[in-house]
Design a protein around this ligand. Structure first.
Ligand code: ZN
Length: 533
């Protein structure tokens, strides 16, 4: 067990007005708080004193929806993010480099391409990704709604001119009807049976990469929102469990399972909440619609730049049956719903089927646009919205064309939700948005300002303490752990996010720039910024 510690030289943001300058920690939990002399008696006399550099310590921040394993993998394959490449030529160059270094027979996997941000304004084609040795190449887009494969990979999956589109996706075709290489939404799954799975060792390596990333952004808790890829093997939960068993997790994780695994999980007695302080099984994830980028999120009114309104990606009877099945055995159902039509439908179904005997409420992941009916259903069911203010911050210009000004200003209506008694939880959806910075999200939650300085729906802004609750107390409640985390109080886990100074009086642009300097998990300094000497 870790030795006792006293954390000092910081201003701790705890309940009440009493200034807290020191916290004593034993067995990962807070044993005393006050000033240094006061807390000394609550732990062993040999307790190590840790200097927090004069910063401001908040309860450890939580990011309630990320794809941790996908993030790690995205840094392991060929990175094709807008920060890495600016043209199709850059991508083919990187693929050619990988072709020279990888052993024969290995697939080249890559991640992050955004057709709109490549010089050509389109994805690479299968032909452009073909390699002289015939190696298979498959690249996923930044938002996991697109995937492009070369001819070797298409052939391996048996995808050709005669392959029909699946009901929930599209094989993009040229004027002769031949696949161009791009597979949209559900069509990506046609590739899954032939893409070689990542090994157990690679899964753990991905979790390590993600751990370093989130700790360095000040997060002590992360909810893994199930794989973005279509594989249903449960390998992510298995990797977390192996690492948890070895006490190798340095960050506290919750992981959802995909709802397709509910029966298998039930057979094994796997229940939400199973695990220990560093890893717990979370909810069961279901996709109900698409996304704004490809105009596939299900809307009540058509997109502003096309006659389409998107569509639900799942049969409603099947969705209700899945929710009913999960709720009956106490699962927190976590439903991906983005468009206002999808959110309204999902909220109605969730409100009708609360989790049995549950300490956790159902969640709506993304929950971008909520009609008055949707908010009413959510209030009835105590449903948790899981927004990503980072999308408003970084993708407002891209969403403007799809949604128009009015709908964009109504996106993520935190004020409306909180006034209705809902308790939204912050999330970044990393790696879909390649920036998890918590204070940037906080600045957008309070001032509704995007990265260019434009304000969207100022009336939906919330106070700092409310924005903070979306990263601390409310995620703890969402995970059924209100008595364990989310506050700085005696008996709570000693998890802290340390900022260099108090962000509360700062204007939004300066608040957004404030980066955490230390992340403390169970009293251990799990990460410290190089800016601290
Ligand atoms: Zn996601």
């Amino acid at each position: 067990m870790a030795p006792d510690r006293i954390l000092t030289n910081a201003s701790f943001v705890a309940d009440g007005d009493r200034p807290i300058r020191a916290v004593a920690v034993s067995g990962q939990r807070i044993r005393g708080l006050g000033d240094l002399d006061e807390v000394k008696d609550t732990v062993a006399a040999t307790a190590e004193v840790v200097d927090l550099g004069g910063g401001v310590a908040f309860p450890g921040f939580a990011d309630s929806h990320v794809h941790a394993v996908n993030y790690g993998r995205s840094r392991m394959g060929v990175p094709c993010w807008p920060s890495d490449v600016s043209s199709v030529g850059d991508i083919t160059g990187r693929v050619a480099d990988a072709d020279r270094t990888l052993p024969a027979g290995r697939w080249i996997k890559g991640r992050g391409y955004d057709p709109a941000r490549l010089a050509e304004g389109r994805a690479p084609t299968a032909s452009e990704l073909d390699l002289p040795g015939g190696r298979c190449v498959v690249l996923d887009s930044f938002d996991f709604h697109r995937r492009v494969a070369n001819h070797a990979a298409l052939a391996a999956a048996g995808i050709g001119a005669g392959t029909p589109d699946p009901p929930d996706g599209e094989i993009v075709r040229d004027e002769h009807g031949d696949p161009t290489g791009e597979l949209l939404d559900g069509a990506r799954a046609l590739m899954d049976p032939v893409v070689p799975p990542w090994s157990e060792e690679e899964d753990e390596q991905a979790i390590e990469i993600a751990t370093d990333y989130f700790l360095s952004h000040g997060f002590a808790y992360v909810t893994n929102a199930a794989p973005l890829t279509m594989s249903h093997r449960g390998e992510e939960v298995a990797a977390f469990l192996r690492m948890s068993e070895r006490r190798a997790l340095r960050l506290r994780f919750t992981s959802m399972i995909r709802a397709e695994l509910l029966d298998a999980a039930g057979d094994l007695g796997l229940r939400p909440g199973v695990g220990g302080p560093n890893f717990r099984v979370g909810g069961a994830k279901v996709f109900s619609d698409g996304a704004f980028g490809p105009r596939t999120a299900a809307m009540l009114e058509p997109y502003s730049d096309s006659g389409t309104s998107g569509t639900m990606h799942i049969d409603l009877g099947e969705l209700e049956e899945t929710i009913r099945k999960g709720a009956r055995i106490g699962w927190q159902m976590s439903i991906h719903a983005i468009g206002d039509a999808a959110v309204e439908t999902v909220a109605g179904l969730l409100a009708a089927h609360p989790p049995a005997g549950g300490t956790r409420s159902h969640r709506i992941e993304h929950c971008c646009l909520t009609s008055a009916d949707a908010v009413r259903f959510m209030r009835q069911g105590g449903i948790i919205p899981v927004p990503q203010l980072s999308f408003m911050r970084f993708r407002a210009p891209a969403f403007l064309a799809a949604l128009g000004e009015e709908r964009l200003a109504a996106m993520y209506p935190l004020r409306t939700w909180i006034d209705a008694g809902l308790k939204p939880v912050h999330s970044s959806d990393t790696p879909v948005i390649p920036d998890a910075a918590p204070m940037a999200a906080m600045a957008t939650a309070t001032a509704r300002v995007d990265a260019s300085g434009r304000v969207w729906g100022a009336g939906e802004g919330v106070g700092f303490d409310e924005a903070l609750a979306t990263m601390t107390a409310w995620p703890a409640e969402a995970d059924g752990q209100s008595g364990d985390r989310g506050r700085i109080a005696t008996g709570y886990l000693a998890d802290f996010t340390v900022l260099p100074s108090d962000p509360r009086p700062l204007p939004p642009d300066e608040m957004a720039e404030t980066a955490p300097v230390m992340t403390i998990v169970g009293g251990d300094v799990a990460w410290r910024s190089e800016s601290l000497s």
